[in-house]
Design a protein. Structure first.
Length: 105
């Protein structure tokens, strides 16, 4: 393999892995549902897309890379939609986000 695709691939894989780790820490540390939902959507969207793009560069121009590109397109459409639906249903179910006034008392 060439050096440039390997460098791009590993950059995307490492960056995506860092997004996943940072998002997982956010899932553990954030106080309420809405902030945890934001952390989870960052994991799902940026982390997984960068990891899959890194895998596309590893696969080269094959049928596998076409399937991975289709997977990225699917993730880009479904992940933000699912996060929005979860937040909307939580608000509809009368779940209130934690505000600054709640933390002061």
């Amino acid at each position: 393999m060439s050096l440039i695709p390997d460098i791009i691939s590993w950059f995307c894989l490492v960056t995506g892995g860092m997004f996943v780790v940072i998002g997982a820490i956010g899932l553990l540390r954030f106080p309420d549902f809405f902030t945890r939902l934001h952390a989870a959507s960052v994991i799902e969207t940026m982390g997984s897309i960068l990891i899959v793009v890194g895998l596309v560069f590893q696969a080269g121009l094959t049928l596998v890379s076409v399937k991975l590109v289709l997977l990225v397109i699917f993730i880009m459409f479904t992940s933000p939609t699912a996060a929005h639906a979860l937040a909307k249903s939580a608000l509809h179910g009368k779940l209130e986000p934690i505000t600054v006034e709640d933390n002061e008392s």
